[in-house]
Design a protein around this ligand. Structure first.
Ligand code: NAD
Ligand code: MG
Length: 396
């Protein structure tokens, strides 16, 4: 068997590095053809040294120029590209069969969509792309014969608990419910009155997972679960009636599927993203992911509780956006990205993240999300509204 040829979008991030870690354990099976990063030239240089891709993409020409110089100094012959055009190119390379979509946020949409249009095998971590453009994205996957393998741990767990024919419809395969588990993040039990004063570092200190800062804040507000609910509806052709969010603080069960005969299948494991990454990389085979085994005797107990919508208003807003339809989930995602960015820059208190999103959803409605232009326009409009609200809230 020849090695699978991969493009890793977002190679310098948490998912990107974990992907390269798993790939490097199986050099006979996987080969990195292209890597992309935002602006961290030094980190990309290190990855180029280690993984010897043919192509590297940086976000802008300035970073690309620096990387070219650094690669020349290191005598590495790697073609460096930049920007949207560069991302599109490496996401659609004829010599690449698999694309890991691990850019964070809306910036990942266009290259992931391009990979779908080129009929690639897509390992999807970038949930925001699907939340922004669900119908359009799923249509592209179908139309161009692409293959979508979920990397998000919950969705990968659900995928593992479903038969391969799940695309025919959940009812036909006897699925009653999908149980989407959530850890509840770092503030599940923190005194409510003190939530307004939490710092970015406190929000990013997740009890079970080590992740990028944006998704860490999303986990703390539970917007992450809202985005994942939307993601699950698209991936598995489900509705909010068939997906139930259930808080499971240990993050040992990564999600479950309940069938009409009463069987509930669960996927368990040590919380380590290399497991779902390896599953998606190798599917339908299994490979060693370097993950330590699950010691249930040490875990001891598995707890469950319902989500607290008063504590986590962002989760309720996600439900609102789904029922509003059209481009509402695009608006939800864009407003959330603006609010989280402002919070991380200490320009917005933690508890105001939900207010920014609620305000923005209230300002933009009745939008469609049938074609890409409408989606990009809704995204842009939402960002403008959200930024203006942040500025007004902070009094400047
Ligand atoms: P991260 O911040 O660690 O990494 C993000 C990557 O995207 C980096 O390589 C960065 O250079 C690149 N990037 C950022 N902005 C960019 C831009 N404007 N243009 C081009 N590249 C850009 O994030 P992460 O935690 O690895 O998450 C990546 C994606 O995977 C997110 O969509 C997240 O929701 C999803 N995800 C992550 C985890 C996890 O455990 N980290 C789990 C499930 C899903
Ligand atoms: Mg997840």
């Amino acid at each position: 068997m020849t090695a699978r040829a991969l493009t890793v979008l977002g190679a310098t991030g948490s998912i990107g590095l974990n992907t390269l870690n798993v790939m490097a354990r199986h050099p006979d099976k996987y080969r990195a053809v292209a890597l992309s990063a935002n602006t961290d030239v030094q980190k990309m240089l290190g990855l180029c040294r280690e993984h010897r891709p043919r192509y590297a993409v940086m976000r802008d020409e300035a970073a690309a120029g620096q990387l070219r110089d650094a690669l020349k100094g290191a005598s590495l012959n790697i073609e460096v590209m930049s920007g949207e055009q560069g991302l599109r190119e490496v996401a659609t390379l004829p010599e690449v069969d698999t694309v890991m979509a691990a850019i964070v946020g809306a910036a990942g949409l266009l290259p992931t969509l391009a990979a779908a249009q080129a009929g690639k095998r897509i390992l999807l971590a970038n949930k925001e792309a699907l939340v922004m453009s669900g119908a359009l994205f799923m249509d592209s996957v179908k139309k161009h014969g692409a293959q979508l393998l979920p990397v998000d741990s919950e969705h990968n767990a659900i995928f593992q608990c479903l038969p391969p024919t799940f695309g025919d419809g959940l009812e036909r395969i006897g699925v009653k419910r999908i149980l989407l588990t959530a850890s509840g993040g770092p503030f599940r039990t923190r005194e409510l009155a003190s939530l307004h004063e939490v710092t970015p570092d406190q929000a990013c200190a997740h009890p079970n997972w080590e992740m990028g800062r944006k998704i860490s804040v999303d986990s703390a507000t539970m917007m992450n679960k809202g985005l994942e609910l939307i993601e699950a509806c698209w991936l598995f052709n489900a509705t909010t009636d068939t997906v139930q969010v259930i808080v499971h603080p240990q993050s040992v069960i990564h999600s479950m599927v309940e069938y009409v005969d009463g069987s509930v299948l669960a996927q368990l494991g040590t919380p380590d993203m290399r497991t779902p990454i390896a599953n998606a990389l190798a599917w339908p085979e299994r490979i060693d992911a370097g993950v330590s085994g699950l010691d249930l005797l040490r875990v001891g107990r598995l707890d469950f509780e319902p989500p607290d919508f008063a504590r986590f208003p962002c989760l309720r807003l996600a439900y609102d956006a789904i029922s509003a339809g059209g481009a509402a989930t695009t608006v939800l995602n864009a407003a959330n990205e603006v609010a989280v960015d402002a919070f991380l820059k200490r320009k917005l208190p933690f508890t105001a993240i939900a207010s920014v999103i609620e305000h923005t959803l209230g300002r933009i409605h009745g939008t469609s999300a049938e074609v890409l232009e409408q989606i990009l326009e809704a995204d842009e409009r939402a960002r403008r509204e959200a930024r203006a609200f942040v500025a007004a809230t902070m009094g400047h």
